[in-house]
Design a protein around this ligand. Structure first.
Ligand code: KG4
Ligand code: ZN
Length: 340
């Protein structure tokens, strides 16, 4: 089956054509990052307007790069939520219009479902598996028992990991979004140089908290300003990154032990982080866990990842109605509700 996938939940307008939920024929991502950087974060109204401008050209490009036309597409998968309502509405309306005009089915997919099935575009993962999703809006541990069968084991109580990276970068005077920049600077720094807290590290639970770490960064910068570029700034980035990774790894280890599962997926934009990739690989090899972290191009927001669950649902006949609305908040544990 040839599925056209559409993603507009935040600041990337993306479309992809994927065959059988496995083979990417095209994946186009148009980022608005440069526009929002001026404001230090995503401005919802601007995001919606930009999606409106870009949605048709991005879909056309995805079809052209795949060498197919609308007539070849057999189904549409689109992010229904969570995300910015106005932004989501653009993608959902486009999906409905295409489905309606071509007489093909469409399905609304949870954005995080896309992230955790991204590695399937490289090679399928057997169920059940544990998934750590770390992005700008999420830091969640899920037990994934099948498509639509997710159990949240832990989550952030305040900031998401990506948010912690971006806010700390901002505190340091780096442009939004600063996660990748901290990663690059950290590679030149000493992770043991600055003592920073590891919130909830040893509480025995599976929830996360990153706001205290952000405050610690603010206090440190106020007392010890750093120049960029410079070795002190690199040391601070390396120390911050190490603190985040230590917490993510420790909680994941507890979740693996508690569930007894032997397969682990790490996904979402923060899974691009070189320190986290290294730390997770070390954890996995120590515990003989089958670890899957998708290539960086599949970690950040893209549409191809949505085609994995989308293709499955369409094949199973889980088709969405034209009356379906976006949902700004959507609990993963309830995704499969009402299905047989
Ligand atoms: O998954 P994603 O593209 O969008 C959301 O759904 O949020 O994740 C974006 C987040 C941003 O916070 C960004 O700073 C972070 O991922 N990020 C990184 C790196 N690359 C992207 N954080 C740390 N290190 C990186 N290399
Ligand atoms: Zn995302």
């Amino acid at each position: 089956m040839l599925v056209l996938a559409i993603e507009t939940s935040c600041d990337e307008t993306a479309a992809a054509v994927v065959a059988d939920g496995r083979r990417i024929l095209s994946s186009v991502v148009s980022s608005q990052v440069a526009i929002h950087a001026e404001y230090g974060g995503v401005v919802p109204e601007i995001a919606s307007r930009k999606h409106l401008e870009m949605i048709s050209p991005v879909i056309s490009q995805a079809l052209a790069e795949a060498g197919v036309s609308f007539g070849d597409v057999q189904g549409v998968a689109v992010t229904r939520g969570p995300g910015l309502s106005g932004a989501l509405l653009v993608g959902l309306s486009a999906a409905k219009a295409i489905a309606c005009a071509r007489g093909i089915p469409f399905v609304g997919v949870h954005h995080i479902e896309g992230h955790l099935f991204a590695p399937f575009l490289e090679r399928p993962v057997e169920f059940p598996f544990l998934a750590l999703v770390v992005s700008g809006g999420h830091t969640h541990l899920y037990l994934v028992e099948g498509f639509g069968r997710y159990r949240t084991l832990g989550r952030t109580l305040d900031d998401a990991a990506g948010e912690a990276f971006d806010k700390s970068a901002k505190i340091m005077g780096l442009p939004y979004p600063g996660g990748a920049r901290i990663d690059a600077m950290a590679q030149e720094g000493n992770p043991g140089a600055v003592r920073l807290p590891r919130p909830l590290l040893a509480d025995g639970g599976l929830n996360f908290s990153f706001s205290g770490l952000k405050t610690a960064m603010l206090n440190r910068i106020t007392k010890h300003p750093v120049t960029i570029p410079g070795s002190e700034a690199n040391d601070l980035c390396a120390s911050f990154q190490q603190a985040v990774c230590d917490v993510l790894v420790a909680k994941t280890a507890v979740a693996l032990e508690r569930t007894g599962v032997t397969r682990l997926v790490v996904a979402g934009g923060v899974a691009c982080n070189s320190g986290l990739r290294r730390s997770m690989q070390a954890l996995a090899s120590g515990l003989s866990i089958d670890l899957r972290i998708p290539a960086p191009s599949l970690c950040g927001d893209n549409a191809a990842m949505l085609a994995v669950p989308g293709n499955h649902y369409l094949e199973q006949g889980h088709v969405s109605e034209l009356s379906m609305d976006v949902t700004a908040t959507w609990d993963m544990d309830r995704v499969g509700e009402g299905w047989s």
